[in-house]
Design a binder for this molecule. Structure first.
Ligand code: SER
Length: 343
């Protein structure tokens, strides 16, 4: 008998850290963690097992399915938006072909063990593309179906994967004589910029917020690469993890769509600076916009309409901007850097 597990790809990343802790607490799921780099020591006790490798490595994928029965996949591995602009073809390969490989694995697993495989996918506000700042201001809180014209490779990849997930869930091999479903139960969240107290993102464009906060906590100056007035939605990491778990647990018949916006707070870069300064009054923060990166932020919406998530699976964030700073980011980051300085 192969052991039933949930697979987490990109487990070393920002979301992976929080998700592994949460799944461990729930105690009803054995998790196998996969990442390009060896899984962080701190995460290992949270996993049933872990493995190092590339989601595009066929041999590795073959080994996984020969050892385990996969019932859920949290596919977190991806190249983020800034990084993807330097190597767009590689980004497409990892972000789209890698996702297709895993969706296909989910389909094969469902056929083997006869249960649907839940496939949780972190999509992004990068799936939107507003053509100008004026359009962005006028659009305000965008719905999932609006402004789906991303300008970044990463956004294009996310949108493509959303469609692949919808195809496998509802239309897979629609010309076959049997009307068997694929067994893939794909669910995606379009995350806003995420801010974690414990990890730093690498290669994202929304990174200016976490970078500003972590630089202040380390006592380092920070030059922000977007203008003070730049505004996109953000979320504290515990809410992002909570959303993934709630969407994973929602009964399929409650889902009126498979891709959901979720929102929490939508500050300007200047408002984030103000919060950082009230927590760390010595912080040195300047605004020195890097026009190409700032332009990407200008194509992402000011905020999102998350009413379908609220209605279908009870989404509601625990952290607004003040609470995120005062009860999560500042105390956790302080503690983190204090411990680092003592070790
Ligand atoms: N945080 C991501 C990025 O900046 C967007 O989802 O690439």
């Amino acid at each position: 008998m192969r052991r039933p597990i949930a697979l987490i790809t990109g487990a070393n990343g920002e979301i992976g850290h929080g998700l592994l802790e949460h799944l461990k607490k729930m105690q009803n799921t054995d998790v196998v963690a996969l990442d390009l780099n060896p899984i962080d020591e701190a995460l290992r006790p949270l996993c049933f097992s872990w493995t190092t490798g590339d989601i595009l490595d066929e041999e590795l994928m073959g080994r996984l399915v020969s050892e385990y029965e996969i019932h859920a996949i949290y596919h977190l591995a991806a190249l983020l938006s800034t990084r993807s602009e330097y190597t767009p073809e590689k980004a497409h390969n990892v972000n789209v072909n890698g996702t297709l490989r895993l969706i296909h694995m989910a389909q094969e697993q469902a056929r083997w063990h006869g249960h649907p495989v839940r496939f949780l996918f972190p999509s992004s506000i990068a799936a939107y593309g507003l053509p100008s700042l004026a359009a962005k201001r006028e659009a305000g809180r965008v719905k999932e179906s609006e402004w789906n014209d991303p300008t970044t490779m990463y956004g294009v990849n996310k949108l493509a994967c959303e469609h692949l997930g919808r195809y496998y869930t509802f239309h897979y091999r629609q010309l076959a004589r049997t009307d068997e479903r694929s067994g893939v139960d794909f669910r995606a969240i379009r995350f806003p910029g995420l801010i974690s107290a414990l990890t730093m993102p690498t290669g994202g464009t929304s990174d200016f917020a976490p970078e500003m906060i972590h630089a202040a906590a380390r006592g380092e100056p920070y030059a922000c690469f977007v203008a003070e007035s730049a505004r996109i939605p953000f979320m504290a990491m515990p809410d992002a993890v909570k959303a993934l778990i709630h969407l994973a647990e929602a009964p399929a018949e409650q889902l009126s769509q498979r891709v959901y916006n979720i929102g929490a707070f939508a500050p300007s870069a200047g408002e984030i600076r103000d919060c950082v300064l009230s927590a760390f009054p010595q912080a040195q923060i300047t605004f020195e916009p890097d026009p190409p990166r700032a332009k990407i932020i200008d194509t992402w919406p000011e905020d999102v309409d998350d009413s379908p998530a609220r209605k279908d699976w009870g989404w509601s964030p625990d952290y607004d901007l003040d609470r995120a700073f005062n009860e999560y980011l500042v105390p956790t980051i302080r503690n983190y850097y204090e411990q680092q300085s003592h070790s």
